[in-house]
Design a protein around this ligand. Structure first.
Ligand SMILES: Cc1cc2nc3c(=O)[nH]c(=O)nc-3n(C[C@H](O)[C@H](O)[C@H](O)COP(=O)(O)O)c2cc1C
Length: 397
């Protein structure tokens, strides 16, 4: 992949000039099985590769001799300004790469003036994130077989001032991340080889497992059996909890218990996008879960033009999957998205250097967005449109 062509040798994040450099620093901080947890996708990883290929297949047709002094990349989401067209996506198990990782991500997002979405399977309780990070907080919801878990999370998120609920619908049946399964000899128990690798990363071992204690799924630990809440190898433990019984009827149930904005994360078809609009959802996130769920799936960017045409103006339209460059973000905005969620890009920053690393990731991306706007002859995101792009994203491999 071009975005990670030249391995970065240094470890100083101030010298990291792109997300690939941060990824390289991150890779060296943690045992390989932890890095694979962030990095990998489901089964053959065809969806994972597709996310990058679809973005890379798009080319710009810039306009020239346009004065772009005073460029700005602000957008509005739900009537409030965001300093950049970015949202930090929900990622579970963040405490495995950095102690109190959820707080670090939330603080960096707040500092950059963008929303942060906390995962249901976070390793810091939502109350603590609200108290210690501030900023604009969204809450991601997995609905598990025991619906009381969801009710507890929704009620607590509302009481703690979270602005939006992001209902993830593409994990009704958990994806098979084969490398993750191979890294454990039984659910939650790393293989001997991985334990040895952990010993070769003493700083990680001390900071993550000893000093702060093994991270746990703090948001719903009380619903899990004793010893079942540890996040080490969580993706081999929690899949059984997810509920294949979720349906569109659950939108009505959530509306009844959640007073804020409601977004559906997991839409990829025009039919589902229209359905979400008809049911009065405030937004949708076109996503394939970063290639971690259904394999051989289209990417968000493949379907974005047709979905944008069908639901434009009826709800807020966000996308994610494979965004590693500011130019990727600009492509999505030009095709009709209002904002882009960042998964691994900010996780690399978190793994590399905690809150400072996430801030660096956001600095890199916002400066790339600004530069791309200028080079395209645009002064703001309002000037973007499909006329600036050539090539069909669906021709990606
Ligand atoms: C390590 C990891 C954990 C994730 N955990 C969650 C989660 O708990 N809930 C969720 O809705 N999505 C989760 N996702 C998916 C992200 O929210 C997002 O859709 C995806 O990462 C976007 O792709 P990208 O990583 O290529 O940017 C996770 C992704 C990663 C990489």
């Amino acid at each position: 992949m071009p975005w990670r062509r030249r391995p970065f040798r240094g470890s100083d994040i101030a010298r990291a000039i792109n997300i690939a450099d941060l990824r390289e620093i991150a890779r060296r901080q943690v045992p390989n099985f932890i890095f694979e947890y962030i990095e990998g996708g489901a089964e053959d990883e065809a969806t994972l590769r597709r996310n990058r290929a679809s973005l890379e297949a798009l080319r710009f047709v810039p306009r020239t001799l346009v004065n772009t002094v005073g460029r700005q990349q602000r957008i509005e989401l739900f009537g409030r300004e965001c300093a950049a067209p970015l949202i930090v996506a929900p990622t579970g198990g963040n405490g495995m790469v950095h102690p109190l990782g959820d707080i670090a991500l939330a603080r960096a997002a707040a500092g950059a003036g963008i929303p942060f979405c906390l995962s249901t399977v976070s390793t810091v309780r939502l109350e603590r994130v609200a108290a210690e990070a501030g900023g604009r907080l969204w809450m991601q919801l997995y609905v598990m077989d025991d619906r009381k878990v969801a009710e507890s999370i929704v009620t607590r998120a509302a009481a703690n001032g979270f602005e939006a609920l992001v209902f993830t619908t593409d994990a009704n049946v958990f994806g098979s991340r084969e490398w993750d399964r191979r890294n454990y000899r039984s659910p939650g128990k790393p293989t001997a080889r991985n334990l040895l690798d952990a010993l070769r990363h003493p700083r990680w071992l001390y900071e993550i497992l000893i000093r702060h204690g093994v991270p746990r799924f703090e948001n719903f630990a009380s619903f899990l059996p004793p010893g079942g809440a540890t996040a080490l190898g969580g993706s081999t433990v929690i899949p059984k909890l997810f509920s294949p019984s979720i349906t569109w009827d659950d939108i009505g149930w959530l509306r009844g218990i959640w007073p804020g904005k409601l977004l559906v994360k997991g839409v990829l078809s025009v039919e589902d996008a229209v359905r979400a609009a008809e049911l009065g959802c405030d937004g949708i996130i076109l996503t394939n879960h970063g290639g971690r769920q259904l394999d051989y799936c289209v990417s968000a960017i493949d379907v974005l033009p047709e979905v944008a045409q069908a639901v434009r103006g009826r709800l807020t339209l966000l996308v994610d999957g494979g965004f590693r460059r500011g130019s990727d973000v600009i492509k999505a905005l030009a095709l009709g998205a209002q904002g882009v969620m960042l998964g691994r890009a900010t996780l690399y920053g978190l793994t590399a250097a905690g809150e400072r690393g996430v801030r660096r990731a956001l600095e890199i991306l916002t400066s790339e967005i600004d530069r791309t706007l200028g080079q395209l002859g645009c002064r703001s995101v309002a000037d973007l449109g499909p006329h600036l792009l050539r090539g069909s994203p669906s021709r990606g491999a």
